[in-house]
Design a protein around this ligand. Structure first.
Ligand code: BGC
Length: 266
């Protein structure tokens, strides 16, 4: 299977590190021009754009808080200004602000819902407007546009101490499937990815030392994931190789969502 994203333009939110950065690298390596969105981490995003350009790809870094409507609109306008088209959105920005529900502040609730759920809606809305205007670009892709919503195994698995995060990802699942139902007949493909434990900054404490051993009990496949495991799935979902995949979530989790604690129990 040869995957090419030649002539396509992709926008990846939260691309300064982790899954977003790995996905941007994979899309660029497949030939896409890539807009790397960041919020606070300008330097690593700029460095990644410079690296992609130095390696013969095309990339720019653009700052925007995805929870802010005006900033999202400006982000997509700048993307079109830079590259002329948009074919792929990877709505990836996400954060955790953990704590027991009984003492979780409204600010920490709102910020997580704002970035992880509202941010994905605002970006999807902006992308849909562009895809609908563009239509299918003959010879470029079979679809008029592709959106990949980055979710989590916690769209399925409840997660004590992370009620804001789990609720946001449950919302992402229904956001993704409802949008897919709404726009598939326009040949816009919307899918999701639900990563499990991936070695990134968001869960550094859970994936190192003794904590890693505990975590591995939840992962039948026996290893923590790498950002590239998720990036490869995003690349496939963004390409025509997955042209008949609509409204699906790929769990990239080493089997975490198989509830391994039930082996020999229950
Ligand atoms: C979270 C990680 C966590 C993983 C598995 C992800 O969505 O961001 O912190 O390790 O789910 O629980």
């Amino acid at each position: 299977m040869q995957i090419s994203l030649d002539q396509q333009v992709a926008l990846v939110t939260g691309a300064s590190s982790g899954i977003g950065a790995a996905t941007a690298i994979a899309l660029a390596a497949a030939g896409a021009s890539v807009v790397l969105n960041y919020n606070s981490q300008a330097a690593p995003a700029e460095q990644l754009a410079a690296r992609i350009n130095a390696e013969g790809g095309r990339a720019i870094a653009i700052g925007a808080d995805v929870a802010d409507e005006a900033q999202v609109e400006a982000l997509f306008a700048q993307a079109i200004e830079a590259f002329g088209f948009l074919d792929i959105l990877v709505a990836n920005s996400g954060l955790q602000k953990d704590g027991p529900a009984a003492s979780l502040s409204l600010d920490d609730w709102n910020r997580v819902i704002g970035v992880n759920l509202t941010g994905q809606f605002l970006c999807a809305r902006a992308a849909l407007n562009i895809f609908q205007r563009q239509g299918v670009r003959a010879g470029v892709s079979k679809a008029a546009g592709k959106i990949i919503h980055m979710s989590s195994v916690h769209q399925l698995i409840p997660w004590a101490g992370h009620v804001n995060y789990a609720a946001s990802k449950g919302g992402v699942d229904m956001l993704m499937r409802t949008l897919a139902q709404e726009v598939s007949q326009q040949r816009i493909r919307i899918n999701g990815i639900a990563p499990g434990a991936i070695r990134t900054a968001i869960n550094r404490t859970a994936t190192e030392g003794a904590a890693e051993q505990e975590l591995l009990k939840l992962i039948p496949y026996g290893r923590v994931g790498d950002p590239e495991d998720v990036a490869n799935a995003a690349l496939w979902l963004a390409s025509d190789a997955s042209d008949y995949v609509v409204g699906s979530t790929l769990f990239i989790d080493g089997g975490m969502s198989l509830y391994p604690e039930f082996r020999g129990n229950g």
